[in-house]
Design a protein around this ligand. Structure first.
Ligand code: SAH
Ligand code: SF4
Length: 419
């Protein structure tokens, strides 16, 4: 823990924006489907649709997979292990497009943030989501989105105030990882060859890679977009491609209880729960989904999360709201509440946004709270604010670009999405 929490206006450093925000009317929705993010079965079907016979499909899928997810190919011509005819046939019907990057910002601390445009439903107007990369000494974490907006209206969350909501496709979920690797130059340039198999980084568990960890903590509730999240993450974890171990992928949910066990069985990633309150009364207000799935049911689902153990702990996220949930009695109740569940507790400094009714707890209070949690035997890292100069945090990239006054921008604090 403990980079200073209070970010003053003077702390905010102007950052070099390497891709300036482009006007909306410059957006052109793709006219052909992209192969990026299809599952192996989906890719086989795509190959079948251009006449690749079934008996060749497995081998071709393996080849295309390698080009897409180890070498980061951006056009079919790069796929030199495929015949020219096959490359041409693919290019006629498909693309290798990633989500459109509308803006990119790089913080002085290396945090990067992308504003992405995705096809919309009406008038060709695109949707916008964001994606943030946070480099640390021992890892690089990419925070990705699962939906445009969110239906759940947690009262402290800016994403919940956006009215447009649509699910991201598996391709758009994987596309965020692929475009981050593009921008960070995080591809394996040459060997191993497609024939030798093995994934990105030689099949290692992510050590030397820039994007080594993924957190589904951007916009949206991943367990309300279950199939696309499951399929997208299966592509990201595939050992012959991006090859990110499931232990390095964390899915954060506000508590969609019926899908928690299913997530353990069908996705198998690490789990984070947005807890934020220790009584139903308060959680009903902060996370209205609690009225449907109250604390007792949520904690039961955590106790029975497939694969949970001391080596695979559940992370409980707790946003620090001044005078609301940050008393020392709350801290003691928190450790009592999760007793018996192999857990980590992640205290998140509240990230204010214009119009919010909440304030972030004082730093001293966060420290006292964290000491109680720590004495109860839990590591309780406080998320370090990162990328402050570029407002890199949940729901903040969009707000930053929605014509806030300079004062409001500076008033916003950013935080990292990792522990
Ligand atoms: N919908 C999922 C994942 C996205 S939100 C969920 O709620 O878990 C990722 C995390 O950011 C959640 O823990 C969420 O509660 C937290 N969060 C949302 N708005 C925040 C804010 N303004 N300040 C700090 N944390 C916030
Ligand atoms: Fe949705 Fe998560 Fe924000 Fe709640 S905290 S509104 S579930 S994105």
């Amino acid at each position: 823990m403990t980079a200073p929490l209070a970010a003053s206006a003077a702390d905010a450093v102007s950052s070099a924006s390497v891709i300036e925000k482009r006007p909306l009317q410059h957006y052109v929705a793709p006219d052909k489907p992209s192969l990026v993010g299809l599952t192996r079965n989906g890719l086989a079907a795509a190959l079948g649709s251009i006449g690749v016979p079934e008996r060749q499909q497995r081998m071709r899928v393996q080849q295309v997979w390698h080009w897409l997810y180890v070498r980061g190919a951006k056009d079919f011509d790069a796929m030199t292990t495929l015949s020219k005819d096959l490359r041409a046939a693919l290019a006629q019907k498909f693309t290798l497009e990633r989500p459109d990057i509308a803006a990119e910002q790089i913080s002085v601390d290396g945090t990067r943030k992308w504003l992405l445009r995705l096809p919309g439903e009406i008038d060709g107007r695109p949707h916008e989501v964001e994606c943030v990369y946070i480099p640390e000494t021992d890892r690089g974490t990419l925070c990705i989105s699962s939906q445009v907006g969110c239906t759940l209206n947690c009262t402290f969350c800016h994403t919940g105030t956006q009215c447009l909501v649509r699910n991201l496709t598996a391709g758009e979920i994987v596309g965020q990882v692929v475009l981050a690797c593009d921008r960070l130059n995080d591809w394996t340039p040459s060997l191993p060859s497609p024939a030798s198999g093995g994934g990105k980084g030689g099949g290692g568990d992510g050590e030397k890679r820039l994007v080594s960890n993924i957190v589904m903590m951007g916009m949206g509730e991943p367990l309300y977009n279950f199939e696309a999240v499951r399929d997208g993450l299966s592509v990201v974890a595939d050992g012959d491609g991006l090859s990110l171990s499931k232990r390095r992928i964390t899915l954060s949910t506000s508590g969609v209880v019926p899908n928690i066990a299913r997530a353990g069985e069908e996705i198998g990633s690490m789990l984070a729960i947005s807890l934020h309150a220790v009584t139903d009364e308060l959680r009903d207000q902060l996370v209205p989904l609690n009225r449907k799935y109250p604390l007792r049911e949520l904690l039961d689902a955590c106790r029975h999360y497939p694969g949970v153990s001391n080596a695979r702990r559940i992370t409980f996220e707790y946003v620090m709201l001044k005078g609301i949930n940050d008393s020392l009695a709350d801290a003691r109740a928190l450790v009592r509440l999760i007793k018996g569940i192999p857990a980590k507790i992640n205290l998140i400094p509240f990230n204010p946004w214009p119009g919010t009714q909440y304030e972030c707890s004082d730093w001293e209070q966060i420290e006292k709270f964290s000491e109680i949690v720590f004495s109860a035997g839990y590591a309780s890292p406080v998320r370090t604010p990162r990328g402050r100069d570029i407002l890199a945090a949940c729901g903040q990239l969009k707000s930053a670009t929605e014509k806030l006054s300079a004062r409001e921008r500076l008033a916003l604090r950013a935080m990292a999405m990792t522990d």
